[in-house]
Write a protein that binds this ligand. Structure first.
Ligand code: SAM
Length: 283
């Protein structure tokens, strides 16, 4: 096990603070500091930015981020039982770790990171991970407040984020992420690395903002992809009828085949569809 600081091993921290994992909070702790260090290194340069960490738990990734030189870490944790363990880390790295107790879905990430360069890093709780990602990649302002996202998901979710057209995993999440971001899965992590082990393999995803995404109205893109992938086996002329009685003509006007299925349409195609449906007042 790697020694990255003078703090006690995570197993001791968990035992000392009685942090038995709660399923309802998606708690699968990563205790291997080699792995948390690898995730921290994957974020990019940390010495000039604030890292926003969601769900630090007993602090394995938090410690790795600080040991890797993060200028500051702001960590949001919902489980108050973890706060004393996190306070010990804050004491070890004076002025560099701020802990916020609360629900990351309710807290404004811009307000708590206070401007400047921000990178987001997290071993995300599986029950809120996808929603948090969607919040970060659908901010109205683009480029967004963050420089990068380095996030651990269940592998199946990672595959949906990174999916290419034509693949089974390709859907709304892949279109949204691919439209606004670049990146993908960096590496997998076996269930054995966690305490307790989850049922499935995890994957670390790294995304950076696409500085010049194709011009498109976000709401229109969300509505078109929801309709198209909501009935992914149907041809677009049928699946998009829910949005417009003229769906077939509009799909053609967007330069696409009305007989194509959602899975076959690349991101530029969805942008054309969203723009055409928006101009026609259908979304
Ligand atoms: N970062 C730690 C690690 O890698 O070992 C813990 C990761 S664990 C998968 C997820 C963490 O997120 C838990 O500590 C859990 O209490 C916390 N959590 C769950 N829901 C949350 C929420 N809505 N807001 C903030 N933290 C949350």
């Amino acid at each position: 096990m790697a020694q990255i600081d003078d703090l006690p091993p995570l197993r001791e921290v968990i035992a000392a603070h009685g942090l038995n994992a709660k399923k309802s909070l998606g708690q699968n702790f990563l205790l291997d500091l080699n792995l948390t260090s690898r995730i921290a290194r994957s974020c990019g340069a940390l010495d000039d930015c604030t890292v926003l960490e969601i769900g630090p738990g007993p602090g394995g990734l938090t410690r790795a981020l600080l040991a890797a030189g993060a200028k500051k870490v702001v960590a949001i944790e919902k489980d108050s039982r973890c706060l004393p363990a996190l306070a010990e880390i804050a004491e070890h790295y004076p002025g560099r770790l701020e802990i916020i107790e609360g629900d990351a879905l309710e807290i404004d990430p811009v307000a708590v990171t206070g401007g400047g360069k921000v990178r987001i890093a997290a071993n995300l709780p599986y029950n809120v991970g996808t929603q948090l990602l969607i919040n970060w990649i659908t901010t109205p302002d683009w480029p967004p407040f963050w420089q990068s996202l380095t996030l651990m998901f269940q592998k199946e979710v990672g595959e949906r984020i990174a999916a290419e057209p034509g693949s089974k995993a390709y859907g709304r999440l892949g279109v949204l992420a691919g439209w606004r971001c670049k990146g993908g899965i960096l590496f997998d992590i076996s269930p054995k690395a966690f305490t307790p082990p989850p049922k499935v393999t995890s994957a670390v995803v790294h995304l950076v903002p696409n500085q010049t995404p194709l011009a498109c109205d976000l709401k229109a893109l969300e509505r078109v992809t929801a309709a198209a992938f909501g009935q992914r086996r149907k041809m677009l002329r049928a699946s998009l009828k829910a949005l417009s009685a003229d769906a077939e003509a509009l799909v053609e006007a967007a330069g696409l085949k009305p007989t194509a299925r959602a899975e076959e349409i690349d991101i530029a195609g969805f942008v054309d569809l969203a723009n055409t449906f928006k101009t026609a007042g259908a979304v």
